[in-house]
Design a protein around this ligand. Structure first.
Ligand SMILES: [Mg+2]
Length: 241
């Protein structure tokens, strides 16, 4: 028996990531009574990037695909990494906020800002409009698998907060797989799970590097999510018999 599998990306495909990060930063600045606006948000994100990229431990495979704005609310405590690596990553958020607040000329408490960001960012994990019904429509004839880059704690927390977790039969997170999405090794891990006549009908995602490469290395059809092609359109691209 043939079973069709649709492999779907999470960030900026089913739920907003980049825009949600900016909105949460802006909301933190509002709470701290610091003038927000695009420039102030850029300043915070630049500080976050500086702090994250300056940490040599971010190359560990559990966190190598964590973006600097994601690192502001990722939980590193329970990741299967050496103690020294965990110690070096925990506190990244407070250090980044200290840099950011200094750059903004604010003496606000960095730990307060970091906590506020975690709370406000979590509240913004909501699927794009129509995503639930598009997934349900695909689910009538497909198994849904999720393939996402990042660390297991944050990606699984986002999936849980989105309310979409129970629609997916398999979840592949790059940090767990041990290889980034788009590499031959990640694709091989997905392929190994294609047991009992399962075949991939389509890969959907917004990235022309990671998602497209997953489709290309697997030899599977790709639907790119853009401002014009939303996830809600994906069921119409399915060519399953
Ligand atoms: Mg994405």
């Amino acid at each position: 028996m043939t079973r069709a599998v649709a492999i779907i990306d999470l960030d900026d495909c089913l739920i907003p990531d980049g825009t949600a990060a900016r909105a949460a930063v802006s909301a933190v600045l509002d709470e701290l009574s610091i003038a927000s606006g695009d420039q102030a948000v850029d300043t915070v994100l630049a500080a976050a990037r500086r702090e994250w990229r300056g940490n040599p431990h971010v190359a560990h495979r559990e966190v190598e695909r964590v973006a600097s704005w994601e690192a502001l609310w990722a939980d590193f405590h329970e990741l299967p990494m050496p103690e020294a690596t965990i110690r070096a990553l925990v506190g990244n958020d407070v250090r980044a906020w200290r840099l950011a607040l200094d750059d903004l000329g604010s003496s606000a408490d960095a730990a307060d800002a970091a906590l506020a960001f975690r709370r406000l960012r979590s509240e913004l994990v909501r699927p794009f409009p129509g995503v639930e019904s598009a997934l349900d429509s695909l689910r009538e004839r497909h198994e849904l698998w999720l393939a996402t880059d990042g660390c297991r704690s944050l990606q699984r927390a986002k999936l849980r907060l989105s309310g979409l977790a129970d629609r997916f039969q398999r979840v592949f997170v790059s940090g767990e797989v041990g290889h980034p999405k788009g590499t031959a090794e990640f694709t091989a891990a997905v392929r190994t799970a294609l047991t009992e006549g399962r075949t991939v009908c389509l890969v959907a995602g917004d990235s022309t590097t990671t998602d497209l490469l997953l489709a290309e290395t697997g030899g599977w059809p790709f639907v790119q999510i853009t401002d014009e092609v939303r996830f809600t359109d994906v069921p119409t691209y399915c060519r399953c018999p």
